[in-house]
Design a protein around this ligand. Structure first.
Ligand code: ITT
Length: 190
C-alpha cells in the first residue's frame, strides 16, 4: 500500500480529509512520523506556503506527502486575512480573530468573501497543486457552535446560515478544503 503523509498539525483538517482519501493509501499524520516542530509558512501566498510545508516534510523526513494552506479572503479588506488567517489577531484564538474581522467590517455593506484552500502534493520528484474555493459573505455577528476557526462568521452563498450553524455534512460537501481534496483524490486515483 502507498504511504502518504498529510503535513498538517490541524486535527480538524485531518478529520475532514481522512474519510475522502479512502483505501489504497496508508494515510499518516505529522504526529505519526514524529514531526512535532512548527513548519515554516513564510512565502506570503497560500500556494507558496502549501509547497513550503510539503517540501519541508519531503526533505526532512523523506515521505511522499501533501500539505494544505487555507485562508479567508475578504474583498473589502483587500483579500485579508489571507495567509494570516490562522493568527490574524496576533494569536490563534478564533474568537479574537473573528472579532478583529467584524470590527474591521463595522458599517461595511460589501461583505463578500471566500475561503480558499491550496493543496501541494509531492510524490517522488513530482509536485502538483490543487485549489478549492467557496464563495460567500461575512455575517454581522458570530452564530453557531459547529466547525472551527472562522465558521461562525462565514455564510456560504448557497445558504443563509453560517458554516457553524449548518450541519457539518453540508459544510463538508461544499467547503474549499473538500473541493481541493476532491481534485487531489481524482488525481491520486488516475
Ligand atoms: P496547518 O498549517 O498545520 O495545516 P493551520 O490551522 O495553521 O494548520 P492554515 O495555516 O492553513 O492552518 O490556516 C488556516 C486558518 O484558516 C485556520 O487556522 C482557520 O482559522 C481558518 N480556516 C481554514 N479552513 C477553515 C474552515 O473550513 N472553517 C473555518 N476556518 C477555517
Amino acid at each position: 500500500m502507498k504511504q502518504l503523509v498529510f503535513a498538517t498539525a490541524n486535527k480538524n483538517k485531518i478529520a475532514e480529509v481522512k474519510l475522502k482519501l479512502g483505501e489504497g493509501y496508508n494515510f499518516l499524520s505529522l504526529d505519526d512520523i514524529g514531526c512535532t516542530e512548527e513548519i515554516p509558512e513564510t512565502t506570503g501566498t497560500l500556494e507558496g506556503n502549501a509547497l513550503q510545508k510539503a517540501r519541508y516534510v519531503k526533505d526532512t523526513y523523506g515521505y511522499d506527502c501533501f500539505a494544505e494552506d487555507s485562508g479567508l479572503e475578504i474583498d473589502a479588506l483587500d483579500n485579508r486575512p489571507g495567509v494570516d488567517t490562522a493568527h490574524y489577531s496576533g494569536s490563534r484564538d478564533a474568537t479574537a480573530n473573528m472579532t478583529k474581522v467584524l470590527n474591521e467590517l463595522d458599517g461595511q455593506v460589501q461583505r463578500n468573501a471566500r475561503f480558499r484552500a491550496v493543496i501541494a502534493l509531492i510524490q517522488g520528484d513530482r509536485e502538483e497543486l490543487f485549489e478549492g474555493r467557496v464563495d460567500g459573505y461575512i455575517a454581522k455577528e458570530m452564530a453557531g457552535e459547529g466547525g472551527f476557526g472562522y465558521d461562525p462568521i462565514f455564510i456560504p452563498e448557497e445558504h443563509k446560515l453560517t458554516f457553524a450553524q449548518l450541519p457539518q455534512e453540508i459544510k463538508k460537501g461544499i467547503s474549499h478544503r473538500s473541493r481541493a481534496v476532491a481534485k487531489l483524490v481524482t488525481y491520486l486515483k488516475q
